[in-house]
Structure formats: C-alpha cells, structure tokens
Write a protein that binds this ligand. Sequence first.
Ligand code: UDP
Length: 329
Amino acid sequence: MILITGAAGYIGSHTALNFLNAGYDIVVFDNLETGHIETVEALQKIGCVKFEKGDLRNIEDIDAVFSKYKIDAVIHFAAFALVGESVENPSKYYRNNVVGTLNLLDTMIKHDIKKIVFSSTCATYGEPKYTPIDEKHPQNPINPYGMSKLMVEKIMDDFDRAYGLKSIRLRYFNVAGCDELSRIGEWHEIETHLIPNILKSTFGQGQTFKIFGDDYDTPDGTCIRDYVNIEDLAQAHRLAFEYLQKENKSDVFNLGTEKGSSVKQVFAECEKVLGEKIDVEITQRRPGDPAILYADAAKAKDILGWTPQKSLEKSIKTAYEYEKILQKK
Ligand code: UDP
C-alpha cells in the first residue's frame, strides 16, 4: 500500500486519485486541519482508500499507521502552505513542516520503509537569479514556508547518506485546475491563489478581484507565473514514484509548463472561459512576489518522461466547475 499524507488537501487528493486510477491501494493520513473529510469520502468512492486521522507532530499517530498497514512507500504532502502566514507565525511552519516531516522520516526508518516522494516548491529558490529556473538554481528562500521545504530537502539528503532513505523531491511552480469530473477540487477556507480568486469574484459576494500590482518589469506590468495543471502534476508524482521503485535513486525535479502567463493574461483567459466581463481593480504589490517565475522542466521530461498535456484554459474550466460546487456548500 502507498501512504499519502495530506491527501485530504488539494494536491494530495488529486495525486491520490491518479494512484487509485492506476490501481494502487492507498492509506490517507491527514489531520483535517486544512483538508476536508468530504474529499477523503469522494476518494473512497473511487477505489481502495483507508483513512487514518492523525497529526505528524505526534509521532505516535504516524507510528500507529506504519504498525497497522504494510506500507511500501510514502507520498508526502501534509504541510502548511500559506506564505504570508509563515512570515507571521514561523514557529507553526517549522514545527509542522519540518519537525512533522522529521517524525515521519524517523518512523519510516524504524519500520524499514525507504522510499518517499516529497512535495517541495519553487519557493525554495527565492528571488530568481535567472529564468527559466532549473534545478541547479541557487536555493535561497525568502520566507519561512520556502525555508521549511528546503530544510526538509536537506534532511532527506542526510537521511539518504546515513540510512539509505531514497527520496524524490518535486519542486512545483503554480498549480491550477481540478478533477475533470469535479469529484474533488481546490477547496481552501482561506483562498490566496490567483485563479480561484478571480472565479470567486464572479459569484456576486461584493468582492472585486484585485490585481496585486501592475508596475512590475514585465511586458504588461503584472507578474508572470508558470501554471501547471493539477492532473498533469498528479501524473508527475506517479512517474516519480515508479522511477523511485525502479531505480532506487534520490533526485529532484522541477514541475512546470516552461511557459509564463501574466496575471492579466490569466484574467483575460478567465473572462474568455466564462464569456463575461469580470470586475477588477489594481491594488498595490503583494509583499514577496517576484516579477517572473517559470520553470525549466527539461529534467522531468528527460528522466521521468513527464510532459504536461493540459492547457491553462482547461485548468480554468475545471476550476470553475468545482467553484460552482463550492459555492453551494
Ligand atoms: N495575484 C493577484 N490577485 C490575487 C491572487 C494572486 O494579483 O487575488 C497574483 C500574485 O500577486 C502573483 C500571481 O497572482 O503574482 C500568482 O499568485 P498565487 O498566490 O496564485 O501564487 P504564488 O505565485 O504566490 O505561488
């Protein structure tokens, strides 16, 4: 069985869905602090999914799971992921993302499980020195969230040297879209991301969508990001897992489309998909946003055979379908 931590959340649940479709049995471990039980229940309708509620900060919780099930490998998502919150409350981020992961890794070693795919981020690179960003780009995170993920990457290197723990660390760029059948989706109580925020603003709750700054040094003045579709991203996790099973080697890969889209371009694409004008206002820059981030993902293509297939339009369409469901919850 595959243990997926954080599979009640956005990226974890879509990855779980991909593994279920490929015939794997999974155990979901989640504290449901930001994830949702309804998401786990949706996965349970699709395949063999055991659910264990627990928190990585309590080592007994995770130890019990490894004692109960025969786990072959771990896909690890469980983490806090709000950059702004990480700046205000770094302790929360280091305790959960770093200490929690250390508990997980220690327990894996104790139970002789030595394969893990880890959800890392392009936030480990910090302010870009050049674009597109490849895996050799220096890692100098500019917030505790990115630093917590980098610390875990370093811990994994040391655990490989000392205990033979093999890890694939996947550094995502921006992730967008939802399951095409809307069974699961992007469901955050606090939504900070661009596409869901644009879509939410169309449901008439008086919140005009805000573009955070149009005075960046980019062609239209708004920030450029690389939006990879969630189903493509989920597929990359399975390819990484299968590579790990076959090669038993640690490695790190960027996951992005290698194509940048500006905030204004994404906004225009949303208007096109919805077929309507959306109210917008330009406000000041959000602290900590670099002007341009997009991936060099050649390594994932060469080694994992991963090529993202789905368009930004597809991501927006599926996100919109799911947003309609969320609005009724
Ligand atoms: N953004 C925006 N308005 C919003 C949310 C995001 O203008 O309501 C911009 C943000 O400043 C950034 C881009 O959209 O330039 C992507 O932001 P997001 O939070 O989705 O992802 P991040 O790049 O921070 O991981």
